[in-house]
Design a protein around this ligand. Structure first.
Ligand code: ZN
Length: 114
């Protein structure tokens, strides 16, 4: 399952992140940002996290998921707007020459330690 491998990667990164630090006793919260176009569903990630963390040092770690709206920039009229996931046409002039500014990726935003 797609979400499980995302969570496994995340846990791998967390371990690397805290490996060199002696001041970390526990990871309290993981803040993830998920773009609306990143094709990972927050609810599926939450349940994947729930399964994967069992029996690990992250058993009591919380997962905080913040959705990032899809935003495009139009190269024809230069407007930058948040749009619904779907066709990436410019909401103002209808041009297809748009570029995604944000909302197409999933990343680890920050980690709260104790
Ligand atoms: Zn436009």
């Amino acid at each position: 399952m797609h979400e499980v491998s995302i969570i496994n990667n995340l846990i791998q990164r967390l371990r690397e992140e805290i490996a060199d630090r002696d001041d970390v006793q526990q990871v309290e919260v993981i803040f993830l940002k998920i773009g609306e176009m990143s094709c990972a569903a927050p609810s599926a990630l939450e349940s994947a996290f729930d399964v994967v963390r069992r029996g690990t040092e992250f058993e009591s770690t919380e997962l905080n998921i913040e959705p990032v709206p899809l935003k495009v920039r139009c190269q024809a009229c230069e407007v930058e707007k948040v749009i619904e996931p779907g066709p990436l046409n410019c909401p103002d002039c209808g041009s297809r020459k748009t570029k995604i500014v944000s909302g197409d990726s999933l990343y680890l935003d920050s980690i709260q330690y104790r």
